[in-house]
Design a protein around this ligand. Structure first.
Ligand SMILES: NC(=O)c1ccc[n+]([C@@H]2O[C@H](COP(=O)([O-])OP(=O)(O)OC[C@H]3O[C@@H](n4cnc5c(N)ncnc54)[C@H](O)[C@@H]3O)[C@@H](O)[C@H]2O)c1
Ligand SMILES: NC(=O)c1ccc[n+]([C@@H]2O[C@H](COP(=O)([O-])OP(=O)(O)OC[C@H]3O[C@@H](n4cnc5c(N)ncnc54)[C@H](O)[C@@H]3O)[C@@H](O)[C@H]2O)c1
Lengths: 205, 205
């Protein structure tokens, strides 16, 4: 079992390593990598050790092969196909967010319950009725569901995803959703960023 | 100086404590709190120790007073006034997100560069031209800037915020923005949630 906090740091290491690769840095050791990620060197070594030996002792890590090793260990070196429920402002912004596809996370089906939206084409995808989700999951190879409905509708949207056999849910609505043990829900929340800005602002004034 | 990771955990403690308060739990000790937050008990005690002694030895923490103590220590027990640049899909979804106001973060000015949007009223606020930002920051008491423009326009939006005297920026656009040392930028990114879903899905299949 790998702690949640380790996965969060590994995602940060990948993004920072990608910046180094873009700047044509070929090799990096754990301390400069750690500093760029806001952690200490021993934390980097401990996190990477979950997946095996990567660095060359005394030299450091080869940047592009470390990226490949981390993404392979996390299972994100392949395509993940997703369904999005709630094609409103946030749903459209997520469809418009080029980062998803760049990392292999493809939204292949979009669903809503508003009769005026059903049948519309948004970012090249037709909006389907949520009731159609169950029949489309197997056909489109969908493995992850995204909820971008208002909070009071999030539980219902989760029910649709679970009825369709999905067990991985990315929830943007500010509502706790009740799911059985085998279903994994990730809540997207950016308040810690605002807390960090507020705290820093208070300290420096 | 308080580590970034501690602030992130403190934000989680506040949310989990708010859930306990909603369920009318009055007192809680560090281990059940830690478990609900996915960390260990000694980490909770270490994080809280940055701000002083809160618990009653042998009894635990009083839930509502611990929430008050953490939010006061972080400086988020007061109103923070913000400007948002880029009133598109994501900007509108953020304006529609009731959680902001509930936590004292108020968007009081919205700005865009599209002549068709300027003058429109969105969620009760008039869209102003980005050029007006400088004159409005002092008048509206704005302290934090939010960027929801496309990535290639994020640097320009940041420049407008800095020219207006702002030094705290919440950036949603997937682009690195160059700022002087005294300006604090927080990047909102939810990829670690997708990595956690992918990893968990791969493990359980
Ligand atoms: N976590 C974050 O980062 C973040 C940021 C901004 C907004 N939000 C949240 O995102 C949510 C969406 O905000 P928005 O501005 O896009 O709202 P919106 O009203 O524009 O869109 C909601 C969409 O969901 C659809 N819908 C409602 N119930 C449904 C159901 N049962 N099945 C299918 N579709 C359904 C509606 O028809 C609508 O199209 C809100 O809960 C908001 O608080 C989260
Ligand atoms: N981090 C996240 O969680 C997340 C999620 C979804 C989308 N996004 C990102 O959010 C951004 C916005 O997405 P969207 O779907 O809302 O796009 P959009 O095109 O609907 O909206 C962008 C708005 O910015 C305005 N704009 C452009 N340049 C400007 C400038 N210099 N000054 C003022 N306004 C300017 C445009 O006129 C438009 O109104 C994108 O960069 C997208 O990748 C981030």
């Amino acid at each position: 079992h790998i702690p949640r906090a380790t996965i969060q740091r590994l995602a940060t290491y990948v993004q920072v390593l990608e910046n180094f690769a873009r700047d044509e840095v070929e090799v990096i050791s754990s301390n400069p990598l750690a500093e760029a990620c806001g952690v200490n060197g021993s934390q980097v070594r401990k996190d990477l050790a979950y997946f095996g030996e990567f660095g060359i002792r005394g030299v450091g890590y080869h940047v592009t092969s470390l990226i490949a090793a981390i993404t392979a260990s996390l299972g994100v070196d392949r395509e993940w196909r997703m369904a999005l429920i709630g094609v409103g402002n946030l749903g459209k912004a997520i469809l418009n967010h080029g980062e998803f596809r760049a990392r292999g996370f493809n939204i292949v089906g979009i669903f809503d319950c508003d009769p005026f939206k059903i049948g519309e084409i948004v970012h090249g995808l037709e909006v389907h009725c949520t009731k159609d989700l169950k029949g489309m999951v197997a056909e489109l190879g969908i493995e992850i569901g995204i909820i971008t409905t208002p909070p009071e509708r999030a539980q219902r949207a989760a029910q649709h995803l679970m009825d369709a056999g999905l067990t991985s849910i990315l929830n943007f609505a500010p509502a706790r959703i009740k799911v059985p043990e085998r279903v994994h829900v990730e809540y997207v929340d950016f308040f810690h960023h605002l807390y960090a800005l507020a705290f820093n602002h208070t300290q420096t004034r």
